[in-house]
Write a protein that binds this ligand. Structure first.
Ligand code: F6R
Length: 618
């Protein structure tokens, strides 16, 4: 299945299409990709030329000599970021019917693809790839031929039949020089200039050619010719559109108008979390881990869980430890990849090793996974990048659907890993009889409210921005909390220090007085995280202890705990949720804090010094 992070580009006009397609696709690189392809048609030929590669766009460029080896004035191109189905040449777009009558690229997800595939199989179609896009293109072909209608009617019939989201660009052999597009819930724009007409999933792809674009509406279609675009609604009636002038520069456009990828990705969290939850919820509203590859029998057999990860993913592990032990009553041990791999760990043969990694390439996490496999222990990976080394080598994989993460400091990667762990904890708890069914259903309902709550916290970001500018030149920051709040502190502290270079440390609140409290001076910023009601009073006492030594206090708690204002100097509230899920909400203001301190200090937020996005060395 294809997700919305793919990139689409199309062109019909005076010049050669292929170089324009390659150039456009390269501007969508920030959307991530693992395979790419183009389809180009010459007016005087019946044949569409399709070229696809697995891997980087450079490969496609090499294979086509920068596009110059593929001749024709009309074409479509695609970069694919797989979320299901290995990245491969076969699965890469464009997809084409056997007789070459219809060829297309797609961005989005087709939910009822199984039913559509069966319908097409009954009508004599066969399939060469694992993609829902191939099904979609062949469905267009089916209606096109069955009803002998034009492209717009064939597309309209397809749209009525398909459930899901899509931005679709199609060429028909019988309509040379024309591209037909359709859109529902996936981004797509159309641009024009005197040389021709362009379509793309995002502005940067065509900004070099034109600043004049049309925004195609939901459930609308368009016919693109050299001269321009005509728009249609689902009934096939023409719709008039206004041309809009894009005022952003290319760089701002790539970041969706945000100043930095980190801020863009902070804003993408509600969607990333929603998608990740949705990927394992079935129609009855239950968690279903079949796609992950864990049967109820596997789950019942687990004697012990070992979570292994690095950096922020390790912090997810610390939070998950509390949640899994509490909901599923399975003992959990959390370890850093770099420690686990050399510790000669004693592993219970009935244990489960869970490796958490956004990139799926972190050397220490990968080595730990191999160590576990060598010892014959079952492994499960929670990974974002499909087809990455950790994903390939683990026995089963739970893919987070964060989409590509560009900023070095993780935000949406972390948030999606967290919810993946909650979902495992809930399902393990239910299957093993540790969790009452009624509570399980409450949790299923509650977890689905997280995206909207995260959204609300982000909306309130100006308050954090104000505070960050006040503390931008702090020398030290200490984060304190207990239980899950301690796990939140670990991540909050890392977010602040890695992007802002302000020294910060996280402490289990009760540990501070065993040494670190001697660092507290007049005005030292101490941030208390207090989302766990049974630990609330205890952490407040620890805050009072540091306040009496001169600390300046920020308190991060849930709405309702207004009495915190008697103790702290600055307070931040997040919405209430089941306390097991608190990390997902409380981390957001801390991500924003790190971001705004870094911006206030004029730092390169997306690429902090000395850091790499994917740490492939030990
Ligand atoms: C911090 C951060 C890193 C990563 C760590 C593991 O913001 O991004 O600490 O979490 O390098 O990376 P992955 O998840 O790719 O294994």
């Amino acid at each position: 299945m294809e997700r919305i992070m793919c990139g689409i580009v199309g062109f019909t006009g005076e010049g050669q299409a292929a170089p324009i397609l390659l150039d456009g696709l390269s501007k969508l690189e920030y959307r991530g990709y693992d395979s790419a392809g183009i389809a180009v048609k010459r007016d005087d030929s019946d044949r569409v030329e399709v070229v696809k590669v697995k891997g980087r766009l450079e490969e496609l460029s090499k294979k086509t000599n920068g596009g110059h080896a593929v001749k024709g004035n009309c074409g479509i191109g695609h970069t694919r970021w797989a979320t299901h189905g290995e990245p491969s040449e076969l699965n890469a777009h464009p997809h084409v019917t056997e007789d070459g009558a219809v060829v297309g690229v797609h961005n989005g997800i087709i939910e009822n693809y199984v039913e559509l595939r069966e319908k097409l199989q009954k009508n004599g179609y066969s399939f060469y790839s694992q993609t829902d896009t191939e099904i979609l293109i062949k469905l267009v072909d089916y209606y096109y031929k069955k009803y002998k209608v034009g492209p717009i009617d064939a597309l309209a019939k397809t749209m009525v039949r398909v459930r899901g989201s899509y931005a679709l660009a199609v060429m028909f052999r019988d309509y040379p020089g024309e591209i037909y597009v359709a859109r529902k819930d996936s981004p797509m724009i159309i641009g024009t200039n005197p040389e021709g007409t362009y379509v793309a999933s995002d502005v940067p792809a065509i900004l070099r050619y034109t600043r004049n674009v049309y925004y195609i509406g939901n459930l609308e279609m368009a016919r693109l010719t050299r001269e321009g675009a005509t728009f249609y609604d689902l009934n096939g009636d023409e719709v008039t559109k206004k041309l809009v002038e894009i005022k952003w520069d290319a760089e701002a456009a790539e970041k969706g108008g945000y100043e930095h990828f980190m801020m863009k990705e902070i804003h993408e969290q509600p969607k990333a979390v929603r998608d990740t939850i949705g990927s394992v919820l079935n129609a009855e509203g239950n968690v279903d881990l079949t796609a992950v590859g864990l049967s109820d029998e596997d789950i019942r057999d687990i004697s012990q869980i070992y979570i292994v990860a690095c950096g922020s993913a390790y912090h997810v592990g610390i939070a998950a430890q509390y949640v899994i032990e509490d909901l599923a009553r399975i003992p959990v041990r959390v370890e850093l990849g770099s420690e686990f791999r050399y510790r000669k760990p004693l592993l219970d043969p009935k244990g489960l090793v869970v490796v958490i990694s956004q990139s799926g390439e972190t050397a220490d996490s990968l080595a730990a996974l191999r160590e576990a496999k060598e010892k014959g222990v079952k492994t499960l990976a929670i990974v974002n990048v499909v087809g990455s080394s950790i994903a390939r080598e683990a026995d089963s994989v739970f893919y987070t659907l964060a989409g590509p993460e560009i900023a070095v400091a993780t935000t949406k990667g972390y948030s999606t890993q967290l919810v993946a762990c909650y979902l495992l904890a809930m399902q393990f708890g239910l299957v093993r009889g540790a969790l009452e069914e009624s509570y399980y259903h409450e949790l299923v309902a509650e977890i689905q409210t997280l995206p909207e709550k995260i959204d609300r916290i982000i909306e309130d970001k100006e308050r954090i921005q104000w505070f960050a500018s006040k503390y931008a030149h702090a020398r030290d920051v200490f984060f304190v909390g207990r239980g899950i709040d301690y796990a939140i502190c670990l991540e909050g502290s890392l977010k602040v220090k890695e992007v802002s270079y302000v020294h910060s440390e996280a402490y289990a609140a009760g540990e501070l007085k065993h040494g670190t409290i001697s660092l507290i001076e007049d005005g030292t910023l101490v941030i208390g995280v207090l989302t766990q009601s049974d630990l609330y009073e205890k952490t407040v006492s620890n805050l009072v202890e540091v306040k009496s030594r001169g600390a300046y206090l920020m308190g991060l708690t849930t709405y309702g705990h207004y009495e915190i204002e008697d103790t702290v100097d600055f307070n931040v509230y997040v919405p209430r949720t089941d306390e097991h899920f608190a990390s997902s909400l409380a981390v957001i203001p801390l991500q924003l804090l790190g971001y705004y301190i870094a911006v206030a200090r004029g730092l390169d937020v997306d690429k902090p010094r000395n850091l790499a996005k994917s740490v492939t060395v030990e």
